[in-house]
Design a protein around this ligand. Sequence first.
Ligand SMILES: Cc1cc2nc3c(=O)[nH]c(=O)nc-3n(C[C@H](O)[C@H](O)[C@H](O)COP(=O)(O)O)c2cc1C
Length: 403
Amino acid sequence: MAGSEFSKTFSRFKLGPLELKNRIAMAPLTRQNAEPDGTPTDEMAAYYARRAVGGVGMIISEGTYPADELGCVAYLSQPGIATQRHIDGWRRAVDAVHAHNVPIILQLMHGGRVSDPRCLHEGESPVSASPLQSEGWVLYTDTDDEKHDRGLSGDWPKVTFPPARELTEAEIERIADCFAEGAARAVEAGFDGVEIHGANGYLYYQFIHPKTNKRTDAYGGSAENNVRAAKLACSRTREAIGPDKIITLRLSQDGVDDFMGAWPGGVDYAREVGRALADCDADALHWSSFDWKDNRDPASDIPMAKAIAEASGKPMIVNGGIADGADAEAVLESGAGDLCAVGRPLFAHPDWPHIIRSGEPFDWIPFDRKYVICPPVDYRHAYPADLVVPDWDPDVSKRRKAD
Ligand SMILES: Cc1cc2nc3c(=O)[nH]c(=O)nc-3n(C[C@H](O)[C@H](O)[C@H](O)COP(=O)(O)O)c2cc1C
């Protein structure tokens, strides 16, 4: 298929107050590349700016902690938006991206029961919706340093977590305020908005997934109750940043400690979640997965994102396994969503949007998880070290003429 045929992918879209030049968003991708105190580095600014040059319509940052309290910090060298240094560091990244007229929003996250125990304060337990223990996950980066630091050995060892403590209602309110305060600092740094992370196994996912939420108060027991904590974070954030900045809310069934995770009730539960989010303060929802068509419900083949979009009436960002232009176009044509979020392909190919738009054949580099964390390479490209930088002209119309 010729690149010019990807007309939906390269059409404009209005997301809240933002005018996006195309339907491609960079998905949030943790790099653990900040300074030890969470300050974003100049390498991070170069890394995000490189993706902006590559033609994405919007960037969603890696998961960032809004506060260093209540077990919020999830990773070593994770960026924060909790201090003035964090604001100043992020401002450099935001300015570098804005120089290419690309909007960028900051993903705010709380790790919940899968926060790295090394990030907890002395005597602190991880927190969650319910007092349950994660089964752990296979280490992302199988390097000797990482294994040594974690006291692990063997090939691809499993990381484990202590049992979680159940959050009180007052603490749930405090965490929502932390998100709002972090969002206000993000706006001070120049971000165009924030994404509330309710996906992938972290705190708000732990509330939304019935498997990890056994509460019997207003925050558990039904789809409506399970989304209440995430909705509270959205509404407090809206109060803090006003109507001119965007808020998105990310959702998934699978998590870092449960890659094949499925919601009991499948599509029916997804529709209940969608209906419960219809009046939330997010401008859009964002469905995260490794295959956007997947719904893991034997009783239905509707993509989960589509079921939630229809039930909520919200614009939908769809993510997962969107590898080339035909995939992106299929997402938009299916009605599953309004925007495509692309993750791993943008690690390897910062020019992914330009490449697919050109319609030229391209030798895609397969993703390798060993490159994920702090790869020893030039961060403007980020992975892998011997990546040849193609001479893609950012101005595609110019490039096509030259061809
Ligand atoms: C190394 C790595 C880091 C990730 N970090 C985040 C993150 O910080 N926040 C988040 O919501 N998802 C994160 N994800 C999930 C991706 O955003 C995305 O959902 C996943 O890679 C599937 O999309 P893809 O097929 O386009 O890569 C991460 C994924 C990978 C592989």
